[in-house]
Write a protein that binds this ligand. Structure first.
Ligand SMILES: [Zn+2]
Ligand SMILES: [Zn+2]
Length: 252
């Protein structure tokens, strides 16, 4: 199994998860033209995709999903709540409803949705399984629930949100209401929440940890590193996803 990213952050997210002949796009927060360009940089084209798996309806995750699905006739997997939120945009798209904790199969990959606290209609994140391998994608959550901690216990690869540094957010340019939303229990994980989650995970199998959805205004790599480094014992390689280029293929 391998994974890569077309971009990660509040301007747009899209992740590729691939095993054998199955290639999934997880979210697509870019325009169609931009998606095709970014796929090309990862040596892929839209007609190689098997399906699109969606976490929630926020623009940085959904923007390109329906246009891409329509043009390339890709099935779109999402929760009933997310489907409701995008119903006007999803005509002529093959919609498949998924539910928290109910795994499903797409080609060579088994996919498990995990409910997370985030200010969307019915947001989930995902675990992907192939053989003995498990890849976790975990962004866009305002707090770490015991359920989340339990689900992400034994990942071989993990893309984890480190959205903001609390101090930088507090002194940054966002209006007060947005600061409150981002740092609230239904917003995004700050560096210390992510570090705290890592300290609770069994990381001995974790070959690749990618820290992503890093805010350009309210965070920086130094602060991310400072927070997570004490919790990295047992972790293989650590990477940082960026908005412009995501990250290249990582093999598990
Ligand atoms: Zn997001
Ligand atoms: Zn979101």
């Amino acid at each position: 199994m391998k994974f890569a990213s077309l971009g990660s952050g509040s301007q747009g997210n899209a992740t590729l998860v691939e095993a054998a002949d199955t290639c999934l796009l997880v979210d697509c927060g870019f325009s169609m033209r931009e998606t095709v360009r970014r796929l090309d940089q990862l040596q892929r084209s839209p007609d190689q995709l098997s399906a699109i798996v969606v976490t929630h309806e926020h623009g940085d995750h959904i923007k390109g999903v329906m246009p891409l699905a329509r043009k390339y006739q890709l099935p779109v997997y999402l929760t009933a709540g997310t489907a409701k939120a995008v119903v006007e945009r999803s005509q002529q798209v093959d919609i498949r409803i998924v539910r928290d904790a109910e795994p499903f199969t797409i080609g060579a990959l088994r996919v498990q949705p995990v409910a997370v606290p985030h200010d969307a209609r019915e947001p989930v994140q995902y675990l992907f399984y192939h053989g003995n391998l498990c890849l976790g994608v975990l962004t866009d959550l305002g707090s770490v629930t015991p359920y989340v901690t339990q689900c992400y216990q034994h990942c071989d690869g993990l893309l984890l949100e480190c959205n903001h540094d609390l101090q930088m957010l507090a002194s940054g340019p966002y209006p007060a209401s947005l600061k409150q939303r981002v740092s609230g229990p239904w917003g995004h994980l700050n560096n210390h929440q992510s570090a705290d989650l890592l300290s609770q995970l069994e990381c001995s199998r974790l070959q690749h940890l990618v820290l992503g959805h890093i805010s350009l205004q309210n965070n920086c790599l130094e602060r991310v590193r400072e927070a997570v480094t004490p919790q990295l014992s047992g972790v293989g390689q650590v990477h940082y996803a960026c908005q412009d280029e995501g990250f290249g293929w990582l093999q598990l």
